[in-house]
Ligand binder design. Structure first.
Ligand code: B1M
Length: 211
């Protein structure tokens, strides 16, 4: 669809104003918020990711594209979230220590919210101490950790060990995700589950809470 391609191109170019206008137009044309997110916004970030990898763009361009992506996410968020009377369960989400990437985590959070889960986003660069504090304060059903760097994914193991040492594991499930994460890594560090994207995260959470 032409308008979705335009959204992607404008995310890539970092033009927040045009991204916002195009999204409003797309919504008025009754294009689903999910479609705008996946085929517009995320597609634009994908292109930036490839160009960044190939040294065709650098951090400033990536940051400007990120700003445009987030501006677009703010517009579609209310269209993704249903009105929920009582949340199905509480999920604390954070990007692990040393890692500043949060777009994917926010998208997963938005998709889970749309399904009726309460999301407490404790941010980026989250230490094990901060995860423990959040478990004690929020008493969540699930902890979700995100990592986008091969150098930070190892920190997930430290968080799990800290949760076990603090004897908090029996009350909480732990799930992980992020571009470098695989099912075999999840098995290795013995988490309750891994999801490659937001839609799979919903399935994972539903299954974990059934048990
Ligand atoms: Co960064 N960066 N970055 N970056 N960056 C990557 C990740 C990289 C792959 C680019 C590359 O070289 N090709 C590379 C990592 C290489 C590696 O470790 N193997 C990289 C690097 C190297 C770096 C720096 C080190 C660069 C530098 O300084 N020299 C630096 C590190 C900073 C730090 O974190 N300490 C850095 C910085 C940045 C910016 C700050 C400029 C910016 C982040 C801004 C922000 O997030 N607020 C940025 C960005 C934007 C990217 C790319 C281009 C895009 C990431 C993104 O948002 N993707 C990225 C390249 C790429 O991924 N292709 C790259 C879109 C998003 C929708 O996808 O995050 O994968 P993703 O989320 C998905 C799934 O992974 C999953 O669901 C989401 C939706 O489908 N998911 C979960 C994510 N979390 C989940 C949690 C779950 C379940 C599923 O449950 C809990």
């Amino acid at each position: 669809m032409k308008i979705l391609k335009e959204i992607a191109v404008n995310v890539e170019n970092g033009d927040s104003t045009t991204v916002k206008e195009l999204i409003k137009t797309a919504l008025s044309q009754k294009i689903a918020a999910e479609e705008i997110l996946n085929d517009g916004l995320v597609k634009g970030m994908d292109v930036i990711g490839i160009k960044f990898k190939n040294n065709e763009v650098f951090i400033p361009e990536v940051l400007i594209a990120t700003r445009a992506m987030k501006a677009g996410m703010d517009i579609i968020r209310p269209f993704l979230t249903h009105e929920i009377v009582k949340p199905k369960a509480k999920i604390v989400m954070g990007t692990v220590k040393g890692d500043l990437h949060d777009i994917g985590k926010k998208i997963v959070g938005m998709i889970l919210e749309r399904e009726g889960y309460e999301i407490i986003d404790i941010g980026i660069d989250v230490s094990k101490e901060k995860f423990l504090k959040a478990i004690k304060k929020e008493n969540p059903d699930i902890i979700g950790m995100s990592a986008l760097l091969t150098t930070t994914m190892a920190y997930m193991r430290e968080v799990i060990e800290a949760v076990e040492k603090a004897k908090l594991k029996q009350n909480v499930k732990i799930i992980i995700g992020g571009a470098p994460i695989t099912q075999s890594f999840a098995d290795e560090i013995k988490v309750d589950g891994y999801a490659p994207d937001g839609v799979s995260a919903v399935e994972l959470v539903k299954n974990l809470l059934k048990k």
